[in-house]
Design a protein around this ligand. Structure first.
Ligand code: ATP
Ligand code: MG
Length: 763
């Protein structure tokens, strides 16, 4: 075994070191946020490899998001330097399951090129089944059935295993429809998200030889964010670890935020029972956040009952208190945060930070729009993480359906989506005919269509166009089978030959140009993949549409997507009852939902390293409706000693912290207090003042822990900045790319200039 210096152990504390060095047998690391669980897990991988305990492919490491998997890969790569032997299996439960399932698809009646459906397709399929079984979908919405099926899958229940007490849910036809749905998926050679795990578990349970092969393979298993595993994931892990028991799980019961998706905190508590002799290691030192931030988070989470409870301490400098600010409405909140981000970037307040160091964490994805709009307006580079937003757009979904057809011509859902898009004279009747014909013949829609065209069963203009469509799919499919073919060119060709691009070119609506841009983006995204199938898989699994780009950007994501991440500067907007905590959690009887929301608040605050700002608005437009809002009950739970209340811009003459509308009121106040707070922002005076330009914060500058940037870096500039160049004179930044800036010079015209040759100029 390779011995010698072990730099990956050097910066670990004794408890972390113990967790890393206990290589054999079950280990459970149970500790609060920011205590270095993920760090220790990563070091453990390095240690396993360097001690010669395992080859890379004998290690299976499960993370919760693709982003986390990527970060872990980077970290292990850095710890080890160049490893010639390749990397361990690292990924999410879903991405790892896809890999496994592709190799054994036939064991569950699928072919290895199966399609992964997204929730949209899933719902469409369910609607068809519901309609066919004469259920009133007003009373029994298909969405409800989708939820039930997901729930069963999360519990690893095939239709046969659903307990009889639940079998009759959904108009008495729950399991019946579940079974039909699974059959349809099989016919379509498709799976939904839940199937990825369910099928793997089914295979492992029914084929001991296959299981044994993976058990031999994955000699060491590591799991991050263990508190959020559901039963199917738990079984998946237990089956794989059963033979050797070399499983190391890390988690924090206070950060369990996926109960709504079937996660069971109980899995943590059960660990010692399942794996007798498990070493349980607790970590208590937090290395991430300042004491104020930690105290604020601890104060909130302390309200929850039934916690395992733990101590957290830090050696960090005291730093800023958690800042709290109220706004008139959601737009104003976005405006303020945009300005705050810019001033932090320029080092005008608190410290100087890169945009990469800042994140805005929202409770609900509809909150993102206000920020996206605002940031686009002021030219602040941002990325949205965690939502398949880009891939949710109509044109992207259409294009993807074409790609899916090219890869798997039997993908009926994709066929349905695009067969008459652009219009090919195939109306509802013709499409219905194809459906019936194909079903009767027991073939895919494409095959059915081909046959009908051959027999001349589809008349008129539609017939000829359908033939061209079928021929096109055949050609594209053939190209996908040719390993030499360039898939990026193929994608362009598909969009051109199908007439899809032309359709948007001919479109005169204002959105059309944007859609064409998005299609270009899509084709560009393909370059990073080996082939179309790899790309489609990536998109299906994507939780992160953000391909590695060098450019400095502020991140916007949901609190759920932020789990495990950390940022020097964190904004937590929308702390209002009904939004956060969510209305649903408040309506629920019992405290379960509310406690999960509180854990989410804890996750949010503990993402911050040096500066955490919580905000709320008195008015908010949700799906087009104006609502007046009350500050979140969680705000009252923040320990007052660790919070500084900021005055909203323009109010009471500006200036932060001084004449705050409710500075000095005790936190932990009553509902009336919260109403009073909200009323401040309903006053006409506030309304008048809120248009006034905002003052900059005036807090004391402090040493920032975030990466200090220098002015010679492109990231010191933002689009719209005035700059000066020795030779070209004054100009304005119009774009940023790596370390180069696009600048429109007043006299010299547009030029690309390396950042270090320019200096900032007054506006
Ligand atoms: P979460 O519960 O939020 O997932 P975590 O317990 O996984 O947090 P990490 O993300 O591993 O915590 O670590 C938090 C931060 O503390 C990281 O920046 C990490 O590099 C740093 N850190 C962890 N352990 C140490 C240590 N022993 N010395 C110095 N820094 C450390
Ligand atoms: Mg972590």
């Amino acid at each position: 075994a390779a011995q010698g210096p072990a730099p990956w152990l050097d910066d670990l504390n004794p408890a972390q070191r113990a967790a890393v060095e206990a290589l054999d047998g079950p280990v459970l690391m149970l500790a609060g946020a920011g205590t270095g669980k993920t760090k220790a897990l990563t070091a453990r991988i390095a240690h396993l490899l360097r001690m010669g305990k395992a080859r890379p492919n004998e290690i299976l490491s499960v993370t919760f998001t693709n982003k986390a998997a990527r970060e872990m890969k980077d970290r292990v790569g850095r710890l080890l330097g160049e490893v010639a032997e390749g990397m361990p299996w690292m990924g999410t439960f879903h991405s790892l399951s896809v890999k496994i399932l592709r190799r054994h698809a036939e064991l569950v009646g699928l072919r290895s090129n199966f399609t992964i459906l997204d929730t949209d397709d899933q719902l469409r399929l369910l609607k068809q089944l519901v309609a066919a079984s004469n259920i009133d979908d007003k009373r029994w919405p298909a969405r409800m059935l989708a939820g039930m099926i997901d729930g069963w899958k999360n519990r690893a229940l095939t239709p046969q295993k659903v307990p009889s007490s639940e079998a009759h849910a959904y108009a008495g036809k729950g399991t019946e429809l579940y079974e039909q749905y699974q059959d349809r998926l099989k016919t379509l050679n498709a799976v939904d998200f839940g199937d990825l795990l369910l099928h793997c578990v089914t295979i492992f349970q029914a084929h001991p030889d296959v299981l044994a092969q993976y058990q031999r393979w994955f000699r060491y298993i590591l799991v991050d964010e263990y508190q959020d595993t559901n039963i199917a994931q738990y079984l998946w892990l237990r089956l794989l670890a059963q033979a050797h028991h070399n499983i190391c799980c890390v988690g924090d019961d206070d950060q369990s935020i996926y109960g709504w998706r079937g996660a069971e905190v109980g899995n943590i508590l059960r660990f010692e029972k399942d794996f007798p002799g498990a070493k349980v290691i607790r970590l208590e030192q937090n290395y991430r956040s300042t004491p104020h931030i930690l105290a604020a988070a601890s104060g909130v989470i302390a309200v929850n009952a039934g916690r395992l409870g733990k101590t957290l301490w830090t050696e960090e400098q005291e730093g800023e208190k958690v800042r709290l600010i109220g706004h008139w409405d959601g737009e104003e909140e976005a405006r303020w945060i945009g300005e705050e981000v810019e001033s932090l970037q320029r080092g005008r307040a608190v410290g100087r930070f890169r945009l990469d160091d800042m994140a805005i964490l929202v409770r609900a994805s509809h909150q993102m729009r206000a920020f996206e709009d605002r940031f686009l307006t002021i030219g602040l580079p941002y990325r949205v993480i965690g939502g398949p937003r880009f891939y949710e757009r109509q044109e992207i979904r259409d294009a993807m359906a074409y790609f899916r057809l090219a890869v798997s011509p039997d993908d009926d859902l994709a066929f349905e989506r695009v067969v008459n898009l652009p219009k090919r004279g195939l109306g509802e009747k013709a499409q219905g005919d194809i459906q019936r014909f194909s079903r009767a013949a027991g073939v895919s829609l494409l095959e059915g269509a081909r046959e009908m065209v051959a027999r001349g069963l589809i008349g008129g203009k539609g017939g000829g166009q359908l033939r061209a469509f079928v021929d096109g799919v055949d050609r594209w499919h053939e190209t996908t089978l040719n390993l030499e073919a360039n898939h990026v060119e193929l994608a362009e060709k598909i969009l051109d030959e199908s007439g899809y691009t032309a359709m948007w070119q001919a479109d005169k609506t204002p959105e059309a140009p944007g859609r064409l841009d998005n299609l270009k983006e899509l084709v560009k995204a393909l370059e990073q993949f080996e082939n179309l199938q790899g790309f489609l898989e990536h998109v299906a699994l994507i939780m992160d549409n953000d391909t590695e780009e060098a450019i400095d950007k502020v991140s916007i994501m949901t609190l759920h997507a932020a789990k495990g991440l950390e940022f020097p500067v964190v904004f937590l907007p929308g702390w209002e009852d009904g939004l956060f905590p969510s209305q649903r959690s408040m309506d629920e009887s019992g405290l379960k939902g509310l406690e999960e929301e509180r854990r989410l608040a804890y996750v949010g605050i503990t993402r911050a390293e040096v500066l955490c700002t919580i905000s709320f608005a008195a008015n908010r437009r949700v799906y087009g409706q104006w609502q007046s809002q009350l500050p979140s009950r969680f705000i009252d739970e923040l320990p007052a000693a660790h919070v500084e209340v900021l005055t909203p811009p323009g109010l009471y003459g500006g200036g932060y912290g001084a004449a705050a509308p409710f500075a000095g009121t005790s936190f932990g106040s009553s509902l009336e207090d919260r109403v009073a707070k909200a009323d401040v922002y309903n006053s006409p005076g506030w309304r008048r003042l809120q248009d006034r330009s905002s003052a900059r914060p005036v807090s004391q500058p402090r040493e920032a822990r975030g990466t200090v940037i220098d002015i010679t870096a492109a990231s010191a500039y933002a689009v719209g900045d005035r700059v000066f160049h020795q030779k070209f004179g004054y100009g304005r930044v119009t774009g940023i790319e790596g370390d180069k800036l696009d600048i429109a010079f007043d006299k010299a015209g547009s030029k690309k200039v390396v950042a270090q040759f320019i200096v900032p100029a007054e506006q």
